[in-house]
Write a protein that binds this ligand. Sequence first.
Ligand code: ARG
Ligand code: ZN
Length: 850
Amino acid sequence: MRDAAPETIYLSDYSPFGFVVDEVTLTFDLHPENTRVKSRTAFRPNPAATDRTFFLHGENLKLINASIDGTPVAPDVSDKGLTCDVPDGPFIWESEVEIDPQGNTALEGLYMSNGMYCTQCEAEGFRKITYYPDRPDVMSVFTVIINGPHPVLLSNGNPVASSEGHAEWHDPWPKPAYLFALVAGELIAHADTFTTASGRKVDLNLYVRPGDEGKCAFGMQALKDSMKWDEEVYGRKYDLDLFNIVAVDDFNMGAMENKGLNIFNSSAVLASPETSTDMNFERIEAIIAHEYFHNWTGNRITCRDWFQLCLKEGLTVYRDSQFTSDMRSAAVKRIGDVIDLRGRQFAEDQGPLAHPVRPESFQEINNFYTATVYEKGAEVIGMLKRLVGDDAYATALDLYFERHDGDAATIEDWLKVFEDTTGRDLTQFKRWYSQAGTPRLKVIEDWADDTLTLTFTQHTPPSAATPEPQPLVIPISVGLIGPIGDEVAETRVLEMTEASQSFTFDGLAARPVASILRGFSAPVVLDHDLNDTERALLLAHDTDPFNRWEAGRTLARKSLLSMIREGTAPDRAYLDGILAVLRDETLDPAYRALMMGLPSQSDLATALHDAGEVPEPDLIYAATETMRAAMARRFRDVLPALYADNLVTAEYRPDAEQSGKRALANSALALITRTDGGVQAQAQYGAADNMTQQLSGLANLIRADRGSAALKAFEAQWKNDRLVMDKWFGLQVIEADPEDAADVAAALTDHPDFNWKNPNRFRAVFGSLVMHHAGFHHHSGKGYQLLADWLIKLDPVNPQTTARMCSAFQSWPRYDDDRKALITAELDRILAQPTLSRDVTEMLTRIRKA
Ligand code: ARG
Ligand code: ZN
């Protein structure tokens, strides 16, 4: 229902709940349309609180009965929850409600997916299961009884009893309601064990639907690797005798860290060489690690309120990126993360949805599971570590775990641990948590008397969220490369705290080229006016792998921008520099593959907008195509060997080494296809025994305009595999010509397997359309209109997935007047719907305000 004016929640209004919950027992009698949930909850007055209003959250619940200390009561029920008079001292609250899991298409609370029951409670889904103080600072010990005719009945913690149709679970660790989980269904367990460093033997299970047993081995190995890594690197051991993961087909997000019972989108856990790409494997490994790491950073130490979301998410993303760096290539991981940050977080920070890493208000918290909270939140932790050093970081983390175990904590608690262990004052650093916007960092060089002076100026563009940004603490990693390519000064971290500040390097024999922001040491936009020769020197010789890649990327961006603006030819120096990199066989193939990438079309649009210009998607697309064609010509001599040498023929392994080679071979194939009309792609498609090569073969065939037979064959081969069919849906949109993309997407929505209520399938089509910059922004407006039609259709069914997809429109203010008019008309059309979820209302209102 449309909230006339959805309520806004403020960080500054926090106050503790008036009661403490010592324990809760939930009894579920499962039934698809009318599941009964009994709760028995022990409350007592909270000595730390003054307000004793007894309010329990509850939504879409049918209250059957309620009692206090055994005496029936008649609470005051609204659509948000209930209030009731309660005794002065401790008391037992009991209630019984009826819910409808089958009718729950929003996939929040208890719902059904392919005949199985499952839950998603973060952030505020538990209130759709029973009446309860659904807030993360209320932590309690849960006992769960499940009655249902399913062979597998799961909840958090340890099993205490089970018989046919009945199971009882007890979780000894107090937890907030958002970490509650229940699963019931006909599932198969892929089982294994892990023994912790202290000798605790932990049973591990990955539960899947019959038919998916063959896709479990990799996820299980990733889990064991994660458990070991967290012991070795953070000293964190697992704390139950059982750890379960369940794969679910209908899921709004990637996965969820429920205590002892992680629930995963099947796309984020199921993998096999035949059905998953190398990128899928890497992502799955990272998400398994992420959810597992939450057991300490999120579960043992949770958040006081949802404004503190980055406390667990930023830290856990940071931890999973460290894990991936250790398991694979640190340089490749860092570059991938920066590409992602620029594509998603910078875009968010520069548009109407900009918000600080710790927001100060929201209407719907689900709208704040953003790239800013997650990815910029992780960058902030990386900066903190860079500033204090690795050892001090380790000491601070030990104290964090010791001091706050069992707490619902805040960003203040987190920073205090660093202040107490290092003696630093982090008052200024804390602005990273409270200010929105991507800082611009400008550097000017001065060379005199053997001394290089770097003068930095920082400027954060004001936004609605942060009208008056203040100077930040910025760690700037700098090294110096001499004129013949030798490193004359190793990496040093400059700590910038002023709006403008100079640093000197003296005793230099000749003027060096400064390699600035090594490792992307801060999430800023760097403006460093090097000439092309200097950049070419860094591209050839920088010892910092990130900045070496960045030099190539900057040359590419500059060349593309002048191609777009002035119609110039692709830059020779750039092409020659990349060619030299490709020829260098000492370089990791994965790294060389990254060097062949170009800035995304939407990144180019952002760069033009930043320069005060209006991006034209068709010109950006054309320039990118021209550059690709130039690369195909310039690299022609090396491409066949690059392809042949890196086409792995050994038995498939999804590790860094093999996947790096396949990435390089596939990058070569994409250029070869531009000149051979798809002959090589056809050969690869026909011979492939793994999805990485099959899918890239197919993509290149589509690009060469000879994809139709392969698309049919692919569909026939994989029609029963949901995850592979998602790729089939998505690829056709991604690879379509700009003028066709919206039509291809529209046609796919008529396909019998376009199950639009499944978030993965919906995103396969529309997420791909949105990613197709020139296709989505086609001047006809048909891309905008199609998406708006489907958002209107999906919102009543699944507000959360609809709201996330709304961010496709966030960049509208940067386009030309015609496109602006087209987009705002669609925004207004959606906003004019008679019923609109709170999720979508908040998103579109924020976007529209720009
Ligand atoms: N905590 C989960 C994770 O990051 C994400 C859950 C998000 N759920 C939501 N409804 N927004 O792993
Ligand atoms: Zn997380």
